[in-house]
Design a protein around this ligand. Structure first.
Ligand SMILES: [Zn+2]
Length: 324
């Protein structure tokens, strides 16, 4: 301990009193717990952690009281798709055309300067400034979106439990067995996707959503994203060929939806079944999509199929019924 703030001065242990820009006054009743100092391109920043023990913790809604769930599917073309049909655009702070170009030009200016020279350092500062600006923009946007999602009138927010580091892995090296030469493994194409994934920084966004949701008493549930983009939300049929870029057309029942909104609805459904199994106390069901699920799907698919047949066209079932 020993951190003190007085006007525009801060006392840091081992450093002493320092002048700083006091951007936000510490509210009365709070005690300073810790300070974090970090260096960014344009200077040093200090963030102060404060605590007031008289303020109660956020109370999360008990799972038995849950009535509505919102599913969120994270993407690149659109940053978030919600199960209620809303979409959040992706500003692509670092990977848009203009920023990519500026970054390239500034980086090239650094590379052209003599190594170790003053001018090279000056040019490098400009690259760093741009990186900082991108990061600031992304942070601000993510807080805005997290607030927006958390303010929806639902009890639970469901997101995918993403393995982002696994997605960012490089493609496996392909070697021609006879000649021993390296073959194209698609890594150069993947590089662009990797950059877009990093730029979208989903896990940071999920963290912010979790924080904002907790603030308003909502629960965040992470579900296993396996098959959520391939499964039909109407009949439960899983097939990769149902997906045609942005469109989802079920090969089993003909259900048509936006591919990512279909995924968001699946995420919502998974969360609902997870909550149900937790509430019922059946932890065995917690492993989603066991052997029971496909059977249930088949029944539904048969029913919805006969429903979706175009009027005027008799389905096989109708013909059979008419014949008997
Ligand atoms: Zn279907």
């Amino acid at each position: 301990m020993g951190i003190k703030v007085q006007g525009n001065k801060i006392y840091l242990p081992k450093i002493g009193w320092m002048r700083f820009h006091n951007s936000r006054a510490i509210p009365t009743g709070f005690t300073i717990k810790a300070a974090t100092i970090r260096q960014r391109q344009d200077g040093w920043y200090v963030s102060v952690r404060i605590e007031d023990k008289t303020i109660p913790d956020y109370i999360l809604k008990p799972l038995t009281d849950i009535k509505s769930v919102l599913g969120c599917d994270l993407g690149i073309t659109k940053l978030v798709h919600l199960s209620d049909g809303h979409q959040v655009k992706n500003p692509k702070c670092a990977t848009n055309k203009k920023t990519k170009r500026t970054l390239k030009i500034r980086q090239r200016r650094v590379n052209r300067k003599v190594k170790g020279s003053k001018n090279r350092k000056k040019a490098a500062v400009l690259v760093g400034r741009l990186h900082q600006k991108i990061s600031d923009k992304r942070q601000a946007y993510q807080w805005e979106i997290a607030g927006l999602i958390a303010s929806r009138k639902v009890d639970v927010i469901a997101v995918e439990d993403l393995n982002v580091s696994g997605m960012l892995k490089r493609c496996r090296v392909k070697v021609d067995e006879t000649t021993g030469r390296f073959l194209s493994n698609g890594q150069s194409r993947k590089k662009g996707l990797n950059r877009s994934i990093s730029d979208a920084s989903w896990s940071e966004l999920i963290q912010k959503i979790e924080y904002m949701a907790a603030k308003s008493g909502k629960v965040l549930i992470k579900v296993n994203p396996k098959h959520t983009s391939q499964k039909c939300n109407a009949c439960g049929h899983v097939d990769a060929s149902s997906r045609d870029k942005e469109k989802f057309i079920c090969v089993a029942c003909g259900h048509i939806d936006h591919a990512d909104i279909n995924a968001a609805k699946n995420i919502k459904e998974l969360a609902v079944s997870n909550i149900a199994s937790i509430v019922c106390g059946d932890s065995a069901k917690l492993e989603p999509r066991g052997s029971k699920r496909p059977k249930y799907c088949k029944e539904i698919s048969a029913r919805s199929m006969s429903k979706r047949v175009e009027p005027g066209n008799l389905s096989n079932k109708d013909i059979k019924a008419a014949m008997s």
